[in-house]
Write a new protein. Structure first.
Length: 325
């Protein structure tokens, strides 16, 4: 199978590309390198340097590569930034996604995997969060993903496109050769590891008065390789119909527990300072992933927080400056 991966120079996209290549797929990577890294692109993938904002460029890639399926990761993805720049997110993410979907229809590409988000669930009524939980997006970023999910539903109904929307909780960890390198970095685990590397003085904990077991927010961390395997399984399952899955381990860890485990894994003290709550941070976000486990026999290989941190730490020690670009 030929799979076009948009955003294949980014964190998740590059590791999904790695897993796809390992499974025997022929992979094309479309990226404009506004946020991704050339060094993260798999050497066996065919690279197309282009922007999804340019419909003609997208059509050219579709015609030249002629994929059987598309996996879409290219996106503005900073929740906090989306609150400050809502039009950039609602504009770019939606317009670029629409260009991609329209081009697929025109070129008869019939399978689509969307990188969606748990930011659809800012006010969950039930935890763990299942796929039928009410959607109240937590930011313009989350809203942009919800709009894309609705676009896909209509495109499927009218044009027959088969799609899966995979709603990630907190992706973390690394493969042997690829890991997390964002500028700016906003994710807890790489920030904690930067303290262990001596690149930050301390990690700030935003709020310790939540209604949780230790007062700090609880999140569901899923290893990026387990996430990648879910994409491969979902793609293979599209012949059986469209799919929507929440992806997480179903076990939550608090901010303080992540820091404590990082201290154990790295052997460093990792000083922590307490800050005020951040607006919009729910106390607990936890996935109910029973549906994908039941329907696709998906089983995480790295469910333990310590395993996730060990792989991330190994990559960050080997790449203290990220991809060095």
């Amino acid at each position: 199978m030929k799979v076009l991966v948009t955003g294949g120079a980014g964190y998740i996209g590059s590791i999904v590309t790695e897993v796809l290549v390992g499974s025997g797929a022929t992979v094309g990577v479309l990226d404009d390198f506004s946020m991704g890294h050339r060094a993260a692109v798999h050497p066996d993938a065919q690279l197309f340097e282009a922007t999804l904002a340019n419909r003609a460029a997208v059509d050219d890639v579709m015609a030249r590569f002629a994929p059987d399926a598309v996996m879409h990761f290219a996106s503005r993805s900073l929740v906090g930034e989306s609150m400050a720049k809502p039009f950039a997110y609602l504009g770019d993410n939606v317009t670029c996604g629409l260009n991609l979907i329209m081009s697929m229809v025109e070129h008869n590409v019939g399978r689509f995997i969307l990188s969606s988000t748990a930011n659809l669930f800012s006010e969950p009524e039930t935890i763990p969060i299942a796929e039928d939980e009410r959607i109240i997006a937590g930011s313009p970023y989350g809203e942009s993903k919800h709009i894309l999910e609705r676009m896909l539903a209509w495109t499927s109904q009218i044009h027959g496109l088969r799609y899966a929307a995979l709603r990630y909780f907190n992706a973390a960890g690394a493969s042997d050769t690829r890991g997390e390198d964002h500028t700016p970095e906003t994710h807890l685990i790489p920030l904690v590891l930067q303290v262990a590397l001596g690149q930050r003085d301390a990690i700030t904990v935003f709020g310790e008065d939540y209604d949780t077991r230790d007062g700090t927010c609880i999140r569901d961390y899923i290893h990026v390789i387990d996430l990648a395997q879910a994409h491969v399984l979902a793609l293979a399952a599209l012949d059986g119909g469209n799919r929507i899955y929440n992806l997480g381990n179903g076990e939550g860890f608090s901010v303080k527990e992540v820091i404590a485990t990082a201290r154990e894994v790295t052997g460093h003290a990792i000083p922590a300072t307490m800050g005020e709550r951040r607006a919009g941070d729910p106390p607990t976000l936890l996935a109910d992933a029973a549906k994908i486990k039941r329907e696709l026999s998906w089983t995480p290989k790295y469910p333990a927080l310590k395993q996730i941190l060990e792989t991330a730490w190994a990559w960050h020690r080997a790449h203290p400056n990220g991809y060095g670009e």
